[in-house]
Design a protein around this ligand. Sequence first.
Ligand SMILES: [Zn+2]
Length: 131
Amino acid sequence: MLELKLDKPFRCFANIYQARKHNDLMDQLKKGEWPCPKCNVSGRIIDPNAQCDPAEGYKMADRVTCPACEGTGRWTKKKFHAWYKKNYSDKYQEEMKQWHKKQALLKNIKNKLAQIEIEVLIDAFRDTYGR
Ligand SMILES: [Zn+2]
């Protein structure tokens, strides 16, 4: 049976510790240390003025000291937490809030339609949007 449904928002990280691990790709952090997500603990970033090589991209570009951590590759937990909250936690919660609102609306819509009407709508959307 065809069904009208909304994709649930994607959650990148279950928690701040998973985000910490993701930003420490080379497993360099010691206990109690927190990564700089701008340089992934390396302390160096691609020179913002570097030219993109048509063949190599930025692979061979010069690296400069990461301004976000001044080359240490580390942030305080407080700073990392604020970054995580802004970029992931708050964003995900807002997306979930919107998703729940839309779910409620969709339930109301479905209650007003017969199954055959839902199937016609799905066909119409699939033809238009290819989903
Ligand atoms: Zn950094």
